[in-house]
Design a protein around this ligand. Structure first.
Ligand code: ZN
Length: 83
């Protein structure tokens, strides 16, 4: 384990050897998730199954937050028409 201090901007440097091992370079998009009391950092390789854009995904659904919200809104719209 390697310990690093968080700077005044909340940033932390990922050790070079870890970046090299995972192919993380300047400008690599990273996913950041809070899991309980741990922060999980993951190289983002995911594109949304609906819109095809890269962005913040809704957990492991393969759908981005924006599309998930649109799907939920359409679902609720349909649901209210049936009532
Ligand atoms: Zn999407």
């Amino acid at each position: 384990m390697i310990s690093r201090r968080v700077d005044s901007m909340g940033r932390i440097v990922i050790p070079q050897e870890m970046r090299d091992k995972l192919g993380i370079t300047h400008d690599t998009l990273m996913d950041i998730n809070l899991r309980g009391n741990k922060i999980e950092l993951k190289k983002s390789g995911l594109t949304c199954a609906v819109c095809g854009r890269r962005g913040e995904m809704l957990d492991d659904t393969g759908v981005c937050i924006s599309c998930a919200e649109n799907i939920a809104a359409k679902f609720m719209e349909g649901f209210s028409k049936e009532a």
